[in-house]
Ligand binder design. Structure first.
Ligand code: URP
Ligand code: ZN
Ligand code: ZN
Ligand code: ZN
Length: 467
């Protein structure tokens, strides 16, 4: 017996089209689309009919940058794979790509196995993994080839965090050379961490311990310098490059220049850089700790460059870098020393709504919303068209989105396992109504109907976005 669902009467929006169409789902996949009201659409029969009249029908969001349960600064990100993927579903995201971590002195395999163990059987939606490479050596380089073959096709390196995740330029070059051969994509945390650590030490010595100094020592110029260096190392290696969590105008300029030269260089930004600023970091009474992440929030003036980059395609993807730490007991570890505040912000539940707000505000078009939040992350990380679009044969990861109601973001109503919202009190227009993951309804008219273990590990092909 096949299970069929039809979603009727909505405006189907993909990165390339907007059409009033009915969507037929069979056995977890998109089976067919037909213009609403036509005989072809009326011939769609199904056990379950979802009325999407007056609403958008969009691909489930693909969040290519999350950190469930990440160990950081002596604690762990507060969302587990179970709570974090459930919150993602609430927010209209049906795929995450999280980061498995290689610890220094351990193999990639050990790290990947550990992350599989955390995720398997616990996720509400599908997931993949990138691999954080903290220890580049001959063995690791060989292991990269094996990971690419098993669908872990991207590797994050850090130019920041000396002594933890940090790679020097030689290690970066070697990993890039390897990825040029095996098809892997290097994702770079581009900040000059060696220089930043000097500035941290000097700031603390001057008694500058408040959260806002986190933003001051992690200078935009040091993001731009590292971005430039990563680009040129990738160019020398003949490898593509994806720069994560871009926040500074000067870093966008480096990406734009490299792309004008025709290089396969890509950039991601995150909602926090588009909607928040150093004003939040400067909130009194240690409240600023809620906004400590790296790269840091920037002065408001940087936001225009990020929006522009998203319109000109110098930035291609918006991911959340979801890495929540509770204010109580976790962010508080850095009272009296901003460098001890665990880095990261919650947001996996908020991304689709905030980017819809960007549509309402006129920053981007509806199709660009879907492109930067669904289609391009899927193509960038080898998941397309299984994920990121609505087309026959694709996984039936579909969101019915009502563009009209106003909602207020708040920790009191969100589903992420964290005791504050970075967007507390913010009014947005539009709301996720119903979410399907491989044809199963996981959010049913604002009620959670999913289950831990429905989501499965999704192996990925290599990057599908190269010039
Ligand atoms: O502050 C952040 N971004 N925390 C997560 C780790 C990272 O660098 O992406
Ligand atoms: Zn990072
Ligand atoms: Zn991250
Ligand atoms: Zn409405």
């Amino acid at each position: 017996m096949s299970s069929r669902t039809v979603i009727r009467g909505g405006l189907v929006i993909t990165a390339s089209d907007e059409i009033h169409a009915d969507v037929l789902i069979e056995d977890g996949r998109i089976a067919a689309l037909a213009a609403s009201g036509t005989p072809a659409a009326e011939a769609f029969t199904a056990g379950r009919v979802i009325d999407a009249t007056g609403k958008y029908v969009i691909p489930g969001g693909v969040d290519a940058h999350t950190h469930m349960e990440l160990p950081f600064g002596g604690t762990f990100a507060s969302d587990t794979f179970e709570t974090g993927t459930r919150a993602a579903a609430w927010g209209g995201t049906t795929t995450i790509v999280d980061f498995a971590v290689q610890s220094v002195g351990r193999t990639l395999r050990e790290g990947l196995d550990a992350w599989h163990a955390k995720a398997e059987g616990n996720c509400a939606i599908d997931y993949g993994f990138h691999m954080i490479v903290s220890d580049v050596n001959q063995e690791t380089l060989k292991e990269m080839d094996l990971l690419v073959e098993e669908g872990v096709t991207s590797f994050k390196q850090f130019m920041a965090y000396p002594g933890v995740f940090y790679s020097d330029d030689g290690q970066i070059l070697r990993a890039m050379q390897r990825s040029a051969e095996n098809g892997g994509l290097i994702m770079m945390h581009a900040e000059n961490g060696i220089a930043i650590d000097v500035l941290v030490e000097q700031a603390l010595a001057r008694g500058e311990t408040d959260p806002r100094y986190h933003g001051e020592v992690r200078k935009a110029l040091l993001e731009a310098e590292a971005t430039h260096r990563a680009i040129r190392l990738a160019q020398v290696a003949g490898a593509p490059l994806y720069v994560v969590h871009v926040s500074a105008t000067e870093a966008v300029a480096e990406l734009a220049r490299a792309r004008d030269e025709g290089l396969n260089v890509f950039g991601e930004t995150c909602p926090q850089y588009l909607f928040l600023s150093t004003d939040n970091l400067a909130e009194p009474g240690f409240e600023g700790a809620k906004y400590v992440c790296s790269t840091p929030l920037r002065p408001k003036e940087h936001q225009a460059a990020l929006w522009k980059g998203l319109r000109t395609n110098d930035l291609q993807v918006v991911s959340t870098d979801h890495c929540p730490f509770c204010f109580t007991g976790q962010k508080e570890l850095g009272r009296g020393d901003f460098s001890k505040i665990p880095n990261g912000l919650p947001g996996v539940e908020n991304r689709m709504d905030l980017l819809h707000q960007a549509v309402v505000d006129g920053h981007i078009s509806r199709r660009r919303w879907i492109e930067i939040a669904c289609a391009t992350p899927a193509r960038m990380f080898g998941l397309y068209p299984q994920k990121g679009t609505i087309t026959p044969g694709a996984d039936a990861d579909v969101v019915v989105y009502d563009p009209h109601p106003e909602q207020v973001m708040s920790a009191a109503t969100h589903h992420m396992n964290v005791d504050y919202s970075a967007y507390e009190g913010r009014r947005t227009t539009g709301r996720v109504e119903t979410v399907l993951s491989r044809g199963e309804v996981v959010i049913d008219q604002r009620e959670y109907t999913g289950r831990a273990g429905h989501g499965v590990f999704t192996p990925r092909s290599t990057c599908q976005y190269l010039n």
